[in-house]
Design a protein around this ligand. Structure first.
Ligand code: DC
Length: 223
């Protein structure tokens, strides 16, 4: 039995999960767990170890053994692989696709879902990802599915890059759509709305408006 709620936010790439979950966690005084960064870290670790993103068994073993943390020894937030700060290395277009590839394999999902359940065991947590409300915590006290029009999601991704450093918009849109298809049609834990989740379309809503809607449900769940 948890003493504090578990909140889940699922949705496609660029829907605003990262920004919204950071603000929500801060307002509620909860810890945030970015589950996508765990699949990204697995893709990066595999690349470095020379393990192809198609090798389910070796990837599963790697995901189980991976020493992953969200704080360094001094308490600074980031993504750390065996104490090395990989926060920036996992946020490349290549690792976005790699994360989507490795996340399709059941042994990888089993290993990372087990870690996520352990980390969020006591509640007081906001998890964001693709299956946090359907598979990781189907009994979460508050669940959300955050969506937005594909062109708007691609534009948000495009703007994350410094001018001239990223890819052309058309290419970003194509990658977003490709990842949507891959994440929604895979055999294991495809992206879909969890039973009992609140659907929020962020296409024309501000971050504050989305967080406001979420806070109401979270307060209700905390009672
Ligand atoms: O949220 P993100 O872009 O960092 O996620 C990267 C990939 O990881 C995404 O394309 C699918 C996968 N993923 C997943 O399968 N399950 C999750 N809970 C989170 C991410």
């Amino acid at each position: 039995m948890r003493s504090r709620p578990v909140v889940t936010i699922d949705g496609p790439s660029g829907a605003g999960k990262t920004t919204v979950s950071k603000m929500l966690a801060e307002k509620a005084g909860f810890v945030r767990i970015d589950t996508g960064s765990m699949y990204r870290a697995c893709a990066l670790a595999a690349r470095r170890a020379g393990i192809p993103w198609s090798d389910a068994d070796r990837l599963g073993e790697l995901a189980r053994r991976m020493e992953l943390s969200f704080r360094d020894a001094a308490g600074a937030a980031g993504v750390y692989l065996a104490c090395e700060d990989v926060t920036a290395d996992i946020r490349t277009p290549e690792m976005s696709m790699g994360a989507s590839d490795v996340s399709a394999h059941l042994p990888v999902r089993e290993a990372l879902v087990a870690k996520q359940r352990e980390m969020a065991r006591d509640g007081g947590v906001v998890l964001e990802g693709r299956d946090t409300g359907t598979v990781v915590f189907p009994d979460a006290e508050a669940k959300f599915f955050l969506d937005a029009a594909a062109a708007v999601r691609a534009l948000r991704r495009y703007r994350e890059w410094a001018p001239g450093k990223g890819q052309p918009f058309e290419r970003v849109l194509k990658e977003v759509l490709r990842r949507d298809v891959q994440d929604c049609t895979r055999e294991h834990s495809p992206l879909k709305m969890a039973e009992g989740a609140v659907y929020i379309d962020s296409t024309i809503l501000s971050v504050e408006e989305v967080v406001g809607i979420m806070m109401k449900s979270v307060r209700g769940a905390a009672r």
